[in-house]
Write a protein that binds this ligand. Structure first.
Ligand code: ZN
Length: 421
């Protein structure tokens, strides 16, 4: 389905609500504007006459809801679908039958039952389709292949210094083809390739407006696409990571992305809170020190100046992995820097907890390394947050370094479910 304001015709702009926000508004580096169920809502908000669409599309939307429910649950039953979604049993039976006939849903066995007929368990047939995700960073390219359930089939991360040359894109595609071959998945089963890039992306014009990290400006993304023999989709790295971490969540949650910039998203009542001007969740530019360190935005004392991954990697020649290796060896400089970093992180988390009163997922480059330091962080949180004596509201990210690649690939899975006929 095409968005009224979007002139672009390939799947890169398959124009679910979340993509449209980018195409009609100023793109941003951080924060997330997609909505898992935003498809219909956004069309209503844009004044599209939904009555007509609803009459003909209600049946299909029910099927999408059923399929998405099965996806989210992993395994479920017809009874559970009917109860949870408030859809009548005959409608559920019809939808499940059609989904099983199309091979999207499989019956995986039977649940134990205390008596009477045993209900069959239903699950998504993950092997029906796959999607590829690439994460381009300054020094690496990550490749992932995920199945229709979002499970990572295979991942690979190669060191490769970015350069804006045809040779680079050619090699990137060659490596990707090798990677896909090694997964032994037929080309026809691949929905597309999502690319995560650290920078401001104008989806409408397929333009990478600016990437401070990659040192490129106004890069025509069609050039990058032309090397890839699949449908492509481009997304900012922080948004991609958040999409991977948040999709499927049923609770309110804050995603705090600790990459080379600090950003995040606010997921509330099953959708992203976007703000009145699409500028919500700019956590990196909340001020935590009066007259503090200079931030790249021009202000002083922003969280970004204290909690971006660069604060740490600057000590080890821009190599974050090396920073954590040195930290493990108890290098004095890294230990001090880490202690200060965790302190500011604890203040940031406490402020978010005070404002939103929900779980907080720590992601991004630093998030991937945080697990072994959970106790240290928890102690600092207890120091700043006197309202609670436990810190289980802080969660580590599900994905490690591959979150952005997974998120970029997951857009194809999301579009696939939204387009179920
Ligand atoms: Zn700032």
């Amino acid at each position: 389905m095409m968005h009224a304001n979007c002139k672009i015709s390939n799947l890169a702009h398959a124009c679910l609500g979340y993509l449209c926000k980018f195409s009609i508004n100023t793109p941003r580096v951080t924060g997330v504007l997609y909505s898992y169920k935003g498809y219909t809502n956004d069309f209503i908000k844009m004044g599209v006459n939904m009555d007509k669409i609803q009459n003909t599309d209600k049946k299909r939307m029910n099927k999408v809801r059923v399929a998405r429910f099965i996806l989210r649950q992993g395994e479920t039953t017809k009874q559970e679908i009917a109860g949870s979604l408030g859809i009548s049993m005959p409608t559920v039976l019809q939808n499940v039958k059609e989904l099983v006939d199309s091979k999207l849903v499989i019956e995986t066995g039977e649940y134990q039952s205390t008596g009477g007929r045993k209900p069959k368990a239903l699950a998504i047939n993950g092997q029906l389709k796959y999607a590829v995700g690439l994460d381009i960073t300054k020094n690496h390219i990550s490749y992932v292949l995920i199945d229709l359930t979002g499970r990572i089939v295979k991942k690979e991360r190669n060191r490769k210094n970015f350069e804006n040359t045809l040779a680079y894109y050619e090699e990137m595609n060659d490596k990707m083809q090798e990677f896909i071959d090694s997964c032994k998945v037929k080309q026809s089963k691949i929905l597309g390739v999502g690319l995560s890039i650290p920078g401001i992306i104008d989806l409408e014009h397929k333009n990478l407006i600016d990437s401070h990290i990659l040192q490129v400006h106004n890069l025509d993304l069609d050039i990058v696409s032309s090397f890839i023999p699949y449908e492509t989709y481009f997304e900012n790295d922080a948004n991609s990571a958040a999409f991977a971490e948040i999709s499927g969540e049923t609770k309110n949650v804050i995603f705090l992305s600790l990459s080379n910039t600090v950003g995040g998203s606010i997921y509330m009542n099953q959708e992203i809170y976007k703000g009145d001007n699409y500028k919500s969740a700019e956590f990196g530019h909340m001020i935590i020190e009066t007259n503090g360190k200079e931030c790249y935005c021009g202000k002083k004392g922003c969280i970004d100046a204290y909690c971006s991954a660069k604060v740490l990697s600057a000590l080890t020649d821009d190599d974050l992995e090396l920073f954590f290796a040195k930290l493990k060896e108890k290098d004095a400089v890294c230990t001090d820097a880490w202690d200060e970093y965790l302190d500011y992180l604890a203040i940031t988390i406490t402020n978010l907890r005070m404002a939103f009163d929900c779980d907080i997922i720590l992601g991004g480059y630093v998030g991937a390394y945080l697990k072994p330091y959970a106790i240290e962080l928890s102690d600092k949180l207890k120091k700043y947050n006197l309202f609670e004596n436990q810190t289980s509201y802080v969660q580590n990210c599900r994905y490690q370094l591959e979150a952005s690649a997974v998120g970029a690939a997951m857009k194809f899975v999301d579009v696939f479910f939204e387009k179920i006929e």
